[in-house]
Design a protein around this ligand. Structure first.
Ligand code: UDX
Length: 471
């Protein structure tokens, strides 16, 4: 590559943000760029297996909680965001200026969502910048629509559960429950919306803002174009390690940004011992904590189904722990020969294993795209934020999964019978399951094609680099 690209990447300190951002960094490096990857000191210290490849370096800044924090102690998360913003801005300013005065100035700043202040610093120092949107293009459209044209929150009309919400440019309609949870008026996370609003205000002020999206054009054809006249989205995903995607680099087997250690890798051996497409993989990402009652229902359903299952039950953080956390059927689960419980695993490796035939997921965007490119049909159990929109895409647009939260009891719990019904639909060998599998295979090949030489994401990333090089 003739141009001397030197990227600065800053990411919000969460696993679901770090994974795609780090993969983006690695991809830029393989295309000849230098990258400095930055996040908070606390998160940076916890990164396990950081990739050690030439031209990728790491830097970290203090958010004021270098030794971690008890999330209950941050009573006001908006105060945390303000602190992150002022300390992060100061750090970016210094690192950008010192590179400018050295012999290798940065050529572009890329930042993940919830960090609009990063764009402000880039503007102040006249450095080209790009938003790395790590969620679905559809979610971007929804926020754009609601935060721009519709007021902050969903209106009473759209709140009516039965009402069809039509968004410009999208042929599928949405129900209020399909919208990101932060748009619900009762939501306590108002600072998230303020941050999104600020983000859109900045993009609006640019003539040609750059929004790179961790999606695939073919996954979200309409959504990518829905607001084309205002903001052009550039799909460059899926941001997943090469070994599980295009196979170009078989040494690229992990994101390298795990903050939870895999305690043992014998789950791969265990998967090896199972029949093809026979295992249900259950995981709810890096953040969501399900109520104990819901976990009990899952345990019952999995045990009674007789199916093979690999279930990630994360160890709770100190401040999340409760005295009566233990599941009543703990012993039964441990003794069960069909099931295996782990605290964390290499999810991309698990999903690409031939014995996995179904993914019970909270529909985080990374989990969703990882499942799509592995051709694994899903049972969708969205919890909050963008996950319900992703569940809508899984069930109604891509038709490669079923949504499990359709039937909850008065306490909001999905009972074991309903969980089993969904599992059996997906992996029970019936007609519906076959159809879901066929569709999943289709998305798998489209996702993999996109990152190959000449594929849509490959072309988009190259022309983005060309564009940055020409500024
Ligand atoms: C958060 C939000 O919740 C999500 O909705 C948003 O789209 C991104 O940020 P998270 O809840 O952690 O992310 O879910 P997800 O997006 O699925 O990311 C989890 C990541 O952790 C995935 O890349 C997954 O592969 C990885 N993971 C999870 C593991 O490697 N091992 C595990 O055991 C569990």
């Amino acid at each position: 590559m003739s141009h001397n690209h030197n990227f600065l990447i800053v990411t919000y300190p969460l696993q679901g943000h770090i994974n795609p951002a780090l993969q983006f960094a690695k991809r830029l490096v393989t295309m000849g760029a230098h990258v400095t990857f930055t996040t908070t000191i606390y998160l940076h210290r916890r990164l396990i297996n950081k990739p050690t490849i030439p031209n990728l370096s790491f830097a970290a800044f203090s958010d004021g909680y270098d030794d971690g924090y008890n999330s209950n102690a941050i009573v006001d998360l908006s105060t945390y965001m303000l602190e992150l913003s002022s300390r992060g801005s100061e750090f970016l300013r210094n690192i950008i200026l010192s590179a400018k005065h050295g012999n290798h100035p940065f050529t572009c700043l890329a930042y993940t969502l919830l960090l609009p202040w990063a764009a402000n610093v880039a503007r102040e120092l006249q450095l080209p910048y790009a938003l790395l949107w790590i969620q679905a293009a559809t979610v971007f459209d929804i926020y754009y629509y609601y935060l721009h044209e519709h007021g902050d929150y969903i209106t009473n009309k759209s709140k009516d559960a039965t009402c069809n919400i039509e968004l410009p440019g999208l042929s599928f309609s949405l129900k209020s429950r399909d919208l990101p949870s932060f748009l619900q008026a009762s939501n306590i996370y108002t600072f998230i919306l303020s941050s999104m609003k600020e983000q859109f205000r900045i993009l609006d002020e640019e003539t040609n803002p750059i929004v790179l999206v961790n999606t695939v054009d073919e996954f979200e054809l309409e959504s990518v174009r829905a607001i084309d006249d205002k903001i052009k989205m550039i799909p460059i995903g899926p941001l997943i390690p090469s070994a599980y995607l295009d196979g170009k680099d078989l040494t690229d087997t992990s994101f390298g940004g795990d903050v939870i250690r895999v305690d043992s890798e014998d789950y791969i051996e265990w998967l090896d011992s199972k029949d093809e497409s026979s295992v249900v993989y259950v995981s709810f990402g890096s953040f969501s904590v399900l109520p104990k009652k819901q976990m009990e229902e899952f345990a019952r359903a999995l045990l009674d189904s007789g199916l093979n299952f690999l279930w990630v039950i994360r160890e709770k953080k100190v401040d999340e722990k409760k005295e009566d956390d233990e599941l009543s059927c703990k012993e039964e689960l441990e003794k069960n020969v069909n099931g295996k419980i782990v605290k964390w695993c290499s999810q991309v490796e698990v999903l690409s294993h031939s014995s996995v035939g179904c993914f019970v997921t909270h529909c985080g965007w990374n989990s969703t795209t990882e499942s799509l490119v592995s051709g694994v049909p899903m049972v969708a159990f969205p919890q909050w934020t963008d996950q319900s929109t992703n569940a809508k895409l899984i069930e109604d647009v891509w038709k490669c999964g079923v949504r499990m939260d359709n039937n909850r009891d008065e306490e909001g719990i999905v009972k074991a019978d309903e969980i089993r019904r969904c599992l059996e639909l997906v992996i029970g060998g019936g007609e519906k399951g076959e159809e879901l599998k066929r569709n999943a295979e289709k998305w798998k090949s489209l996702g993999r094609e996109a990152v190959k030489e000449g594929g849509s994401s490959d072309k988009n990333l190259k022309s983005f680099l060309h564009h940055i090089g020409s500024i």
